[in-house]
Design a binder for this molecule. Structure first.
Ligand code: ZN
Length: 304
């Protein structure tokens, strides 16, 4: 069954629960999740810049101890993750370029059933504006700011680095594979170089995940002007993966082409449309920016 195609403009940051995304606040240990929320889909540089300078972010603070306990309970009882819990949802404004939390607008205290990681639904929960002292408010701001400028920095910059190369962080060279052949252009998935750029994924039903990988040629002398896309299907339960399609898209001709490496009937236009729905950056715009950006990096690498 197809998921409802409601368009939204938000990006969940790929913050896997690790030590580096946790902090102590009000004598409690919290795990942080984050969503970036856009007023409209990013489809040109000027409006992207305006939005990224004053971007809405929603942070969810999950008490780590409770989360651990509730997971343990649900494991023992073999039940859904539904132990009562209390967490905080923080609405803030951030500036991606200055890597700064500008202000906290609201902090809600939410009690009710704890939600599984990655969801922001509040069904069956009650929330109210948290009554924080000035110290608590400041300490919250400082804690989030520290993460934003520290271990979470790449999560906030990588989704946009192709549009704004000034966001490029150190360490990309190690992730960019060296050219092997002399003639052959090597195709590299963008996510291999920028793993936090934001996954292009769809959940058509509870059992499957579809992912689109965009690959670019890293030969700085080549002028192919296209992106290669591969669509993968993953069966969650078995972990079984299969290639569902592959195509190329040429930026100047605005034309889709089959990919000889993937001999399957593929409607590239339809896939782009499906993966576009819930991604906050217009894909044709993003892919061309990534192509130009990868070429720039390839040239930088060749001349270094
Ligand atoms: Zn090329």
């Amino acid at each position: 069954m197809e998921q409802q195609r409601k368009e939204y403009h938000s990006l969940e940051l790929n913050l896997k629960a690790t030590e580096s995304h946790r902090f102590t606040w009000m004598n409690q240990y919290f795990d942080l999740e984050a969503h970036l929320v856009f007023d409209s889909k990013l489809d040109n540089l000027e409006s992207s810049k305006n939005q990224l300078e004053n971007l809405s972010a929603v942070f969810k603070l999950i008490p780590f101890e409770n989360q651990f306990k509730s997971k343990l309970f649900s494991h023992i009882l073999q039940e859904e993750h539904d132990v009562s819990n209390k967490f905080y949802v923080v609405f803030a404004k951030i500036n991606i370029f200055e890597k700064k939390l500008i202000q906290i607008q609201h902090t809600y205290e939410v009690s009710g059933k704890s939600q599984p990681h990655g969801t922001f639904g509040h069904t069956g929960t009650e929330s109210e504006e948290a009554k924080l002292t000035a110290d608590e408010q400041n300490s919250l701001l400082e804690n989030i700011q520290k993460l934003l400028y520290g271990p979470m920095l790449a999560h906030f910059t990588q989704p946009f680095v192709a549009l704004f190369p000034e966001l490029l962080e150190d360490g990309w060279q190690e992730r960019m594979p060296l050219k092997r052949g002399k003639q052959e252009a090597e195709l590299v998935p963008y996510q291999a170089i920028f793993p936090f750029a934001g996954a292009l994924e769809l959940q058509p039903d509870g059992e499957h995940t579809l992912a689109l990988d965009d690959l670019y040629c890293t030969n700085e002398k080549c002028d192919c002007r296209d992106v290669a896309c591969v669509v993968l299907g993953l069966e969650k339960l078995t972990g079984k993966q299969e290639i569902l399609g592959g195509f190329r898209y040429h930026f100047d001709k605005k034309r889709f082409k089959a990919m000889p490496e993937v001999p399957l009937p593929t409607n590239g236009q339809e896939w782009i449309k499906r993966f576009s729905v819930n991604f906050p950056i217009k894909l044709e715009f993003l892919f061309e920016a990534r192509y130009e950006f990868i070429r720039k990096l390839a040239k930088m690498r060749a001349s270094s």
